[in-house]
Design a protein around this ligand. Structure first.
Ligand code: NOJ
Ligand code: CA
Length: 670
């Protein structure tokens, strides 16, 4: 009897297993909640592949997944699907700050559990998520006897694009993202950093990046030999060539694909943040988005120096001037660079900064107390010069000092030759370092503005004290290089900015600042204002010398524009040509519109405004007499009334723009 029951149970068990296996098969599809995006997983010759389509149009052809290790057999072949699981999530969360007050995180998830059929029987899992704005996947390596500690020499993830899409990209580098973007077919790219954004012939836009890069190497795309538009993942290495060291259980960052039928929807997407863990900081009351001025541009254009001497920028007197200006103009933050001993070693072999000792002409305690009295935020500065061991050595004391002085924000920097020798800014060593700095700063209630950073991958959701960062060819390039051409800021919102906020530092009013004529800012003044809406940063600088703002009516826009938003809408866009973004705070809307080297007339339907209300518009635009070459600072400021049925018509000159505020009038109709 007993045996018969066991036999029967065994039979049922086998039957369930077989039916599972039959259902399992070697192919699994996952649709986005709206059914438009399709992810396909399949085993082809026992190797794992994914492919992606949008409304039946193939975007990525079957592309390989797996790893090579230095110390063990590769993991990508002789695979079988052990099981799969599917689930659905639909939740809403509210960021501490951001471009929208609430964020929908709705996706379908497929986990494919794989194992090797050969002697090692190692296991790994692929987690796929499909959203309405794209897809993502990551690898999970569970704890197991045959895969414990490991050293990855390459992640095999391929990107076999279905067509020779037009792409906006910067080359794949492991040390910088500070480049001008190029627009070419994929076939002309050898390597690219992410985000890389592309467009199909019929206008489907795809941007490839990564999310939750916490303990791994930064990813670039590298052209596969021979194939025209196929790439594979290329990770930034450790000095010995190994890419990632780890131990199971282990998860990789997400490989992300933002997908949209209009370029503006890429900007509205929250896919990258959604793929990060919820906020880990319990009390976030000390985290504040804000505008800031700073002792900064003067060093870049050579009127001041970071190091002490006749032209020293960070003097007590100048800091007080900047603080008084900020207080008088409702600007909360003041960045002061060049305040500490050691700047004379910057760029030399020695390269050692002292992060706890101010120069004798900079009275740090007095200034910190003055800031508190005036309810201002001093933004501290740590320029490591790339000397990471030295910075790590001093970090605790440096942060204790700032915390004791009530300083809640620090700009970090890694400009210079990297030490330890052979480490790259985008490699695992530095990814770990940057993350550790963010955590330590959080422990000290300090916000971070990182320069020469690792690219953003959504960490701001988990650590919202990680406010903004460079990782972009910013304003400073206009000070001392051949500058940023007119189209640069019409590409950034669709590439670098998809990764996260950027500390571009807009707001140069003295456009033709260089008497020799060698350097200038390659925009009109109105376009500088528009950048406050177009380029999102929770710490947003008014970058010019404060004397250039005195008596300037256009400065009112910088005073008035918020840095934290309830809603964001892209009203029109063509990558590399123009973009118009509207952002709402409370009941008021703010609009920024910019063009490349082509003059244009923008016609913008105002149907996003509240119905049955009149809005007063404060408009800052290129004036009739504004000339890009001859008169870039001329600006027309005007007021008029509109409602949601109106269409706004504004003329933008070469590299021009406009910025506008729409304030609802209570109970008034036009
Ligand atoms: C480069 C940064 O991008 C810039 O903002 C800073 O002023 C210098 N390094 C000095 O730290
Ligand atoms: Ca263009």
């Amino acid at each position: 009897m007993c045996n018969r029951i066991l036999y029967l149970l065994g039979f049922i068990f086998m039957a369930v297993l077989l039916s599972c296996n039959n259902k399992l098969g070697n192919q699994h599809d996952l649709l986005s909640p709206d059914g438009k995006i399709q992810l396909k997983f399949e085993l082809l010759q026992q190797k794992a592949h994914y492919s992606i389509s949008f409304e039946q149009q193939e975007l990525i052809k079957p592309s390989l997944l797996g790893f090579h290790f230095i110390d063990r057999a590769p993991l990508f072949d002789s695979l079988q699907v052990d099981s799969v699981s599917q689930s659905t999530t639909d939740e809403v969360w509210r960021p501490v700050w951001g471009t929208d007050a609430s964020i929908s995180n709705a996706y379908n998830q497929l986990i494919v559990y794989l194992s090797e059929t050969d002697s090692l029987h190692r296991k790994f899992e692929l987690v796929f998520r499909t959203f309405n704005d794209g897809i993502a996947f990551r690898y999970r390596l569970p704890a197991q006897d045959n895969l414990d500690q490991f050293r990855i020499t390459s992640e095999l993830t391929e990107f076999n694009f279905a067509q020779d899409f037009t792409a906006w990209w910067i080359k794949g580098e492991f040390g910088t993202y500070e480049r001008l973007y190029k627009q070419t077919p994929l076939s002309q790219i050898c390597s690219a950093n992410t985000p890389i954004t592309m467009k199909s012939e019929n206008g489907i836009h795809i941007s490839i990046h990564e999310a939750a890069l916490t303990d791994y190497a930064g990813m670039t795309l590298k052209k596969k030999t021979v194939q025209k538009h196929s790439f594979h993942c290329e990770l930034a290495p450790w000095p010995d060539g190994v890419k990632v060291i780890g131990q199971t259980p282990f998860v990789t960052p997400w490989r992300t694909f933002q997908i949209a039928d209009e370029p503006g929807k890429l900007i509205e997407s929250h896919l990258i943040e959604n793929l990060n863990e919820p906020c880990k900081i319990e009390d976030t009351s000390w985290i504040k988005s804000m505008k800031y001025v700073g002792i900064w541009w003067g060093m870049h254009i050579g009127t001041n120096t970071w190091y002490i001497g006749e032209k020293h920028g960070a003097t007590t007197a100048q800091a007080l001037k900047y603080m008084n200006f900020a207080a008088a103009n409702g600007i909360k933050g003041i960045l002061i660079e060049g305040w500490n001993l050691g700047w004379d070693t910057w760029g030399t072999e020695e390269n050692i900064q002292n992060f706890t000792t101010p120069y004798p002409d900079f009275d740090l305690p007095r200034l910190a107390a003055y800031a508190q009295k005036k309810e201002l935020y001093l933004i501290g500065h740590h320029e490591s010069g790339g000397n990471v061991p030295e910075y790590e050595k001093q970090l605790d004391n440096a942060l204790d000092l700032y915390q004791s002085l009530g300083i809640h924000a620090v700009k970090t920097g890694y400009a210079g030759r990297m030490s330890p020798e052979g480490q790259y800014r985008h490699g695992q060593f530095m990814v770990r370092h940057y993350r550790e700095v963010v955590k330590k700063m959080a422990e000290h209630q300090i916000m971070v503005d990182a320069h020469e950073p690792i690219k953003p991958t959504g960490i701001r959701r988990t650590w919202p004290n990680m406010m903004t960062r460079e990782g972009v060819r910013g304003m400073e390039y206009n000070a001392w290089s051949d500058g940023n051409p007119p189209e640069h800021t019409t590409i950034l919102p669709f590439t670098r900015m998809l990764a996260g906020p950027l500390d571009y530092t807009p707001g140069i009013f003295n456009i033709k600042f260089d008497p020799s004529g060698e350097h200038r800012v390659y925009t009109t003044l109105a376009k500088q204002l528009a950048l406050y809406v177009v380029l999102y940063s929770p710490l947003q600088m008014a970058a010019d010398l404060i004397e250039n703002y005195e008596g300037q009516p256009a400065f009112k826009f910088i005073r008035d524009v918020p840095v934290n938003w309830d809603e964001t809408k892209v009203l029109n866009a063509q990558i590399g040509d123009f973009v118009t973004i509207a952002r709402r705070q409370g009941d008021s809307w703010y609009m920024g519109s910019i063009t490349d080297e082509q003059p244009r007339e923008m016609q913008i339907a105002l149907d996003f405004l509240g119905k049955d209300r009149t809005y007063e518009v404060q408009m800052y635009r290129d004036a009739a007499e504004t000339g890009y070459e001859t008169n870039p600072t001329a600006i027309k400021i005007e007021q008029f009334k509109v409602d949601s049925e109106d269409t706004l018509k504004v003329r933008l000159i070469k590299s021009g723009g406009f910025a506008a505020i729409f304030n609802p009038q209570s109970g008034e109709t036009k």
